[in-house]
Design a protein around this ligand. Structure first.
Ligand SMILES: NC(=O)c1ccc[n+]([C@@H]2O[C@H](COP(=O)([O-])OP(=O)(O)OC[C@H]3O[C@@H](n4cnc5c(N)ncnc54)[C@H](OP(=O)(O)O)[C@@H]3O)[C@@H](O)[C@H]2O)c1
Length: 221
């Protein structure tokens, strides 16, 4: 990691991936609440939907850290080299050519029908979306189908996230130093906070792809 701009991409996005995957039940799926290096899911497939997002990129790296294999990512194929060679995905299913409805079929082909018990979904909302629920409340429909869904409100310092949050902040510097967790690519924009509103239409129209836009609030236009 080389800059404060890169460092600024970690807290919210990493936490949004880490809490639902790693924190103990009922906060998260409890895959590794203590960051125990001996935990190993070798041979277990994992799927990340919207893996091109920053949170999706951290989910890929967490699955890699836990040794899931294969790690299948649903994202734009233009990110394939980065998602596989830098972050550790094993397969990228191109979201621009494979509709979401056909994803289960593609995944089955890759896993040779082995069930995928772990899926991370970064919900992405387009400007025409009318509904948004990401407050951690259980998804009743999914649970009725025997699935367990962990939502997240990604603040590590509030309850019920606090216990895991303390552990996470203790372990994260080492994971970043060792290159296990890599920061998101950034585009540093000039103009401070005043420039945020100028960048919003670009973001809302899908013009931000695979990077985080970063502003230095202390700068003035
Ligand atoms: N619950 C919480 O506490 C919490 C915290 C942080 C974020 N979030 C939410 O998590 C989501 C992701 O946040 P982020 O900051 O990681 O996003 P981001 O990095 O800004 O997302 C941009 C990426 O979204 C991808 N994308 C756009 N439309 C897509 C679609 N229909 N299917 C799959 N990928 C699509 C694009 O991929 P391409 O490059 O392939 O076009 C683009 O690279 C947002 O909805 C955000 O509100 C929730």
């Amino acid at each position: 990691m080389e800059s404060y701009a890169e460092a600024s991409t970690i807290p919210l996005a990493f936490t949004t991936a880490a809490i639902p995957l790693l924190a103990a039940n009922p906060v998260g799926a409890g895959l590794n609440p203590t960051f125990d290096p001996k935990i190993n899911f070798e041979g277990e497939p994992a799927l990340v939907i919207a893996g091109g997002t920053s949170v999706g990129q951290f989910a890929i790296q967490i699955y890699k850290y836990l040794k899931f294999n294969p790690i299948i990512v649903y994202a734009s194929s233009k990110h394939t080299t980065y998602l596989t060679q830098t972050l550790g995905a094993t397969h990228v299913v191109d979201r621009s050519t494979i509709p979401l409805d056909n994803l289960p079929e593609e995944v089955k082909r890759i896993t040779k029908d082995k069930p995928v018990k772990n899926i991370y979904v970064a919900q992405v909302f387009t400007p025409d979306a009318t509904e948004k629920s990401e407050d951690g409340s259980p998804d009743a429909d999914a649970e009725a189908n025997g699935k367990k869904v962990y939502g997240v409100f990604a603040s590590p310092s509030i309850e019920p996230n606090r216990e895991f949050g303390l552990e996470m902040w203790k372990r994260l510097p080492e994971l970043v130093k060792d290159g296990i967790i890599k920061v998101t690519r950034v585009e540093l924009l000039p103009g401070g906070l005043a420039a945020v509103s100028d960048a919003l239409p670009r973001f809302m129209n899908g013009g931000v792809s695979g990077v985080k836009l970063v502003f230095n609030p202390q700068e003035v236009a």
